[in-house]
Design a protein around this ligand. Structure first.
Ligand code: AMP
Ligand code: ZN
Length: 474
């Protein structure tokens, strides 16, 4: 197996990946805030993370994949401004926070299923880990990284000398350039809330008791607390979208390292944005705050296979922005269908064979070296197309290659087979009779026989002195 190389946001370099523990790769991915649908931009990030986990498993690693569900604490801004997103949704929909969270969590996992994104080994909800968060905040307080002011608890950024390294933040310009904070309790505008007791909002229903009074957590503490609970103080990879680098992940590192004295993750990997481009506008980040946004069901309603979107995501490296357009998606859909039908034809030659020929092995090596070169999926897809058209490789060996590739690609190759419809003899006899009637120009009889065939669930398509039968679409 070739060496695995990934880009690490922390070092801004592509390095060889080695797990901390020989027998397991531990990976934490920031999950959805379940106050609304996830748009296809969010889903791009989860496709990237699923592909990463699949690649690690393909390489023979045991993987422990943890993802959180944010059902409290994520304010409208990633900093400490605005209302909790869950409360906004409760008002919008007239439901309890639990109903909102359950509804959008279910839709999220349904969408993941349609995209062959495998469920992480651990899915953990913020509201079920308040005790772990309180524990970590207490530790931060003991170690001098937290202070109370105006009833809230804040992280004291000045005490953490490595603050902002992940994002390469220039703290001096940030401090002097910071706008006047709404929250005047903070010692520095860069400090961030760990626990709120003085709710800024009436009727805040999501509250818990704590050593600092009844209140609710800041957003960032949930990931530090849950990553620690399920993966320990040090783990291998932490993932998320690129927007998390300057605030959320920067604050996570400060909290985890402040509490444990150790950097939480060795590798930080970030997926770039899906952009949307409307007529006459520049491409911009797909976002929920922009109002209308595209969800997976809109794609399906247009008759496009959801997995065509997964294939489209492979047209760019995960670190490059990808511009969404319907024409690009329709092109991906046409390619997806062509690939599927080619695989169905290959399958008619027999079961997948062993990959033994030099050419077969060469193609496999090309695919693997692309994937393990920081998930170079456009190159991996080019190898897939080369296999589809490789007339110098037996169909059954090509099939074996494509099934193997699909362990990482997740397009569903193993399920692709042509469904042959058995046509009952009675229906064929009626069609033969009808052909005779047509030859005799007996159109009345021909129409009657067409109806008889239709009653049995089949449609007859006429050709010159011939016919084809197919199952009628209901
Ligand atoms: P959220 O539910 O808003 O917390 O976002 C879920 C995930 O999607 C996070 O990892 C975000 O960084 C990521 N994300 C948000 N917008 C986009 C986008 N336009 N393209 C790709 N990923 C995104
Ligand atoms: Zn997170």
């Amino acid at each position: 197996m070739v060496a695995i190389r990934f880009f690490n946001t922390l070092t801004r370099a592509v390095d060889t990946f080695e797990p901390i523990q020989r027998d397991q790769v531990r990976i934490y991915c920031c999950g959805p805030t379940v106050y609304n649908y996830q748009h296809i931009g969010n889903l791009r990030t989860y496709i990237f993370e699923d592909t990463l986990v699949r690649a690690l498993r393909y390489a023979g690693h045991q993987v422990q994949h943890v993802m959180n569900i944010t059902d409290v604490g994520h304010l409208v801004s990633d900093a400490d401004d605005g209302e909790d997103k869950m409360l906004v949704a409760m008002r919008r929909e007239g439901k309890t926070s639990e109903q909102i969270a359950d509804f959008y969590t279910k839709i999220f996992f349904d969408d993941c299923g349609k995209l062959n994104i495998r469920r992480p080994d651990v899915v953990c909800k913020a509201t079920e880990h308040i005790a772990e968060m309180i524990d970590m905040i207490s530790q931060l307080e003991k170690r001098g990284f937290a202070y109370q002011a105006g009833g809230n608890v804040y992280f004291d950024v000045a005490k953490f000398s490595a603050y902002g390294e992940l994002a390469k933040l220039d703290l001096s310009t940030l401090r002097s350039g910071a706008r006047i904070e709404v929250d005047s309790q903070k010692r520095s505008p860069l400090d961030f809330a760990l626990w709120f007791t003085k709710s800024k909002f009436e009727g805040q229903e999501l509250q818990w008791d704590s050593p600092w009074g009844r209140g609710y957590p800041g957003w960032h503490i949930e990931c530090s607390a849950m990553a620690r609970r399920y993966l320990g103080d040090e783990f291998d990879i932490h993932c998320g979208g690129i927007d998390h680098i300057p605030v959320h992940h920067t604050n996570e590192i400060a909290q985890s390292q402040g509490a444990t004295g150790r950097a939480p993750a060795k590798w930080w990997m970030h997926g770039a944005f899906l952009l949307e481009k409307n007529d006459g506008e520049d491409a911009k980040k797909m976002s929920k705050s922009a109002g209308a946004f595209l969800v997976l069901d809109r794609i399906i309603e247009r008759g496009i296979e959801p997995l065509s979107y997964r294939l489209m995501c492979y047209s760019a490296n995960y670190r490059s922005e990808l511009a969404f357009s319907w024409s690009a998606l329709e092109a991906a859909d046409a390619t997806f269908r062509k690939v599927r039908s080619t695989v169905e034809t290959l399958r008619e030659s027999g079961e997948p064979a062993e990959i033994t020929t030099p050419r077969g092995r060469e193609l496999l090596a090309q695919f693997e070296s692309s994937v393990f070169d920081d998930l170079a999926m456009p190159r991996a897809i080019a190898v897939m197309h080369a296999v589809l058209g490789a007339s110098d490789v037996e169909p059954t060996e090509r099939l074996a290659l494509l099934e193997k590739f699909d362990e990482i690609l997740g397009l569903g190759v193993k399920q692709w087979r042509r469904v042959l419809t058995e046509i009952p003899a009675e229906v064929t006899a009626l069609a033969d009779e009808r052909l005779a009637a047509r030859r005799a120009k007996n159109w009345g009889e021909s129409d009657r026989l067409r109806d008889e065939i239709a009653k049995r669930g089949f449609a007859v398509l006429d050709a010159k002195d011939a016919y084809t039968l197919k199952k009628a679409s209901s």
